[in-house]
Design a protein around this ligand. Structure first.
Ligand code: BTN
Length: 267
């Protein structure tokens, strides 16, 4: 059985097959782009595109996401949530929470969340999430959540070695990509249902903050208004990162680059 068929079989066992419809591609430019194309042709919520390799994988802030075949997991799914579109971006956090729980559940590794969209083990990144809103003439019509996980990677290019690791490198064991995919999707659905009740992070906030790697530590924020350091206090119900500045003021940050002291070479 291919690893994606294993994910499908497991989703059926979890009773999640009615919600997620998996489509596996040997090669695709970007699973996010493929979901967007299919969404424009009427794709339904729960459509999942899984790529063995991506030839033009995308990271945040216009960066590329190297996506060779064979070791990592690349997938994107479509949502059409029936809540105000200004709340959709919080679903990145829901995916982060789901990813951390699924990695812990399946591997026992203590995955943590770097707000807003990375998962880390120790001081290195294992997963990135790229959320994109799909617009048509009538406004936002859907949301694509794309996730890349370093699963069985045995090595990384020199420029990433300091900042990236994989589940295999950390556990010493080969991890089934299919099982991880199914566990991530199941965890996402569980948290998505909770999220939809209020359309925000208020009911998930405590759980999220337990996994937040920066909590109580120093972060460096690069915002449109300038760069500064502060202490991270955790997210609020709107998914914003609360920080205490050196002046003593507490501020809620909703966007920008956040570096966490001790992570990815920031010392
Ligand atoms: C980041 O950390 O910069 C986000 C990386 C997101 C990568 C995933 S891989 C699957 C999906 N398809 C893409 O082109 N990007 C996302």
């Amino acid at each position: 059985m291919s690893w994606c068929a294993e994910a499908e079989a497991l989703l059926a066992r979890f009773g999640e097959d009615a919600h997620f419809c998996l489509s596996y591609m040997e090669s695709v430019d970007s699973t996010n782009e493929e979901v967007k194309r299919r969404a424009r042709q009427g794709g339904r919520e729960g459509l999942v595109v899984v790529g063995e390799e991506q030839t033009a994988g995308k990271g945040r802030l216009g960066r590329s996401w190297k996506s060779p075949a064979g070791e990592a997991l690349y997938f994107s799914f479509l949502l059409r949530p029936d809540i105000a579109p200004e709340n959709w971006s919080m679903l990145t956090l829901v995916m982060g929470l789901a990813g951390a729980e699924a990695v812990r559940e399946l591997t026992g590794l203590p995955a943590r969340i770097k707000w807003p969209n990375d998962l880390v083990l120790g001081t290195k990144k294992i997963c990135g999430i790229l959320t994109e809103v799909l617009m048509d003439e009538g406004g936002p019509e859907g949301l694509v959540i794309g996730t890349g996980v370093n699963v069985n990677n045995r090595d990384f290019p020199a420029e990433l070695r300091e900042r990236a690791t994989s589940l295999r490198l950390e556990s010493g064991e080969e991890i089934s990509r299919g099982r991880l995919l199914a566990h991530m999707l199941r965890a996402f659905r569980r948290f998505y249902a909770v999220f939809l009740v209020r359309g925000d992070m208020s009911a998930l906030r405590d759980r999220y903050n337990e996994y937040l790697v920066s909590r109580g530590g120093e972060v460096r924020l690069e915002t449109p208004a300038g760069a500064y350091t502060a202490v991270s206090l955790g997210i609020d119900g709107r998914g914003r990162l609360l920080v205490r500045r050196t002046t003593g003021e507490t501020e809620a940050v909703s966007a920008g680059e956040v570096s966490v002291r001790g992570l990815y070479g920031y010392v």
